[in-house]
Design a protein around this ligand. Structure first.
Ligand code: PMP
Length: 440
């Protein structure tokens, strides 16, 4: 409708007037959204869309349990973690109880975002090892603060990053078995071995140059690439090599943790490896800003050498109550199990579409973190970047919000609220089938 288009255009002009140009927005012609409910967003004309991208709102939009927790707690108490109150320990204990048995991780530091969590994890690792160098994988996103941006190696997010990277960061090859240096089937363990061996050689070279690694940081599933699972055996092998070299392993679970994988709560459990530090954020608060680092007391206490650690809002009673409400709802609503069942249905649907539409290359991911990689040629894997953007625009017209990700912007990212139903999944598959059949 005309009225809505004008309203959205006005809002867009208003935003462009006051925002920095680096503050990107989705879509050439965006709709103006007004409210959300479960895995739906509604625009100012009342049109509803299936939301396939908001992984922060893991419980879905407008969750009443979160709303009630905020409402109740903000009337009672909200203060900082130097005071003693019950909510901080209660929430931290709940987080620790989610870790695999015998992980040795017993300490939680709460902050307000993923970037802060990564920044703090890097500081902790450097303090605990007395070393500076951090090894990060190519094509990764870890945040916007100075330190988390330094380990953000994705050229999409930071095109000059590779040239101007601070000397304390070393960039290692990304173990992508689909389009990386070494390729092969999921069950071919030699792929992971070769990437891990190269990482080991990097660690040796760093040590030889007097730059021993303090830490190795990676996403446990390559989220920025669109949910690319690490090659079999890679993570455990990589962690073993980092530890043998005296470094610590950081799992960035900001995107892929918290039940989204379906078959496991944490992304690293997919690989059977346990990190020394875990960074978490996005879905912890279902949109309310919370982030955190989970580690061992031994690592955390090393920070004391640098003075005290304090975040004004980190771990406040309000955010802890929200965090508890999120975990309660995840359990009560069986959202991890839903991620597994509906994710499987979606992945099967996308793979079936691949038989019909040659533009669909590999379908990545697990649970409700999937990536549909679009290629012009399945042999050369030439990225279908412009096609991917056009497909997203057309899907929006059909009422489905899907966006692109990866270094090459050619992967349709699928990371909806975990409330996605089978019916909605089927609508999404049918819509994609229609768009690919129409041409673009
Ligand atoms: N790590 C990863 C893997 C992320 O995807 C992001 C955000 N996209 C961050 C860290 C930073 O989180 P935030 O935006 O909450 O600062």
């Amino acid at each position: 409708p005309l009225a809505q288009r004008d309203e959205a255009a006005d809002e867009q002009r208003r935003r462009e007037g006051i925002f920095a140009s680096a503050q990107e927005r989705y879509y050439e012609r965006p709709m103006q959204i007004e409210r959300g409910w479960r895995h739906h967003l509604v625009d100012t004309t009342g049109r509803a869309y299936i939301d396939m991208v908001n992984n922060v709102t893991g419980l879905g939009h407008g969750h009443p349990g979160v709303a009630d927790a905020v409402n109740r707690q903000i009337r009672i108490l909200n203060t900082n973690s130097r005071f003693l109150y019950r909510e901080l320990a209660e929430y931290s204990e709940r987080l620790l109880a989610l870790l695999p048995e015998g992980s040795g991780l017993d300490t939680v530091l709460l902050v307000n975002s993923g970037s802060e969590a990564v920044d703090l994890a890097l500081r902790l690792a450097q303090a605990a090892t007395g070393r500076k160098t951090v090894v990060a994988l190519r094509e990764a996103y870890h945040g916007w603060t100075m330190a988390s941006d330094a380990v953000t190696t994705s050229a999409y997010d930071n095109p000059f990053a590779l040239e101007n990277r601070p000397e304390w960061v070393h960039v290692a090859d990304v173990p992508n078995r689909f389009r990386g240096t070494y390729r092969g089937e999921a069950d071919d363990v030699s792929v992971g071995e070769r990437y891990a061996a190269d990482l080991g050689a990097d660690l040796d070279r760093l040590a030889g140059a007097g730059r021993d690694a303090a830490a190795f940081i990676c996403e446990s599933v390559l989220g920025n690439a669109g949910g690319v699972l690490l090659p079999n055996g890679y993570l455990a092998d990589a962690y073993a090599r980092v530890r043998a070299a005296g470094g610590l392993c950081i799992a960035d679970e900001v995107q892929v943790g918290f039940g989204r994988m379906g078959s496991s709560f944490w992304g690293f459990e997919q690989s059977g490896a346990v990190p020394d530090l875990i960074t978490i954020a996005k879905p912890m608060g279902n949109g309310f800003p919370i982030g955190g680092v989970i580690t061992s007391k031994r690592v955390a206490d090393a920070l004391a050498a640098q003075g005290q650690f304090f975040s004004s809002a980190g771990g406040n009673p309000l955010s802890c109550r929200v965090g508890l409400a999120v975990l309660d709802a995840m359990e009560a609503e069986g959202l991890q199990a839903n991620a597994r069942a509906v994710g499987e249905r979606l992945a099967t649907g996308f793979r079936a579409l691949a038989e019909k539409h040659s533009i669909i290359g590999p379908v990545h991911g697990e649970g409700l973190y999937l990536g549909v990689e679009l290629v012009r040629d399945r042999a050369t894997l030439e990225p279908a970047k412009q096609e991917a953007a056009a497909i997203c625009e057309r899907l929006k017209e059909l009422g489905v919000i899907v966006l692109t990700t990866s270094e090459r912007s050619n992967v349709l990212k699928v990371k909806p609220p975990l409330t996605l139903t089978e019916e909605s999944a089927d609508v999404v598959i049918a819509a994609l089938d229609r768009v690919l059949s129409e041409g673009w």
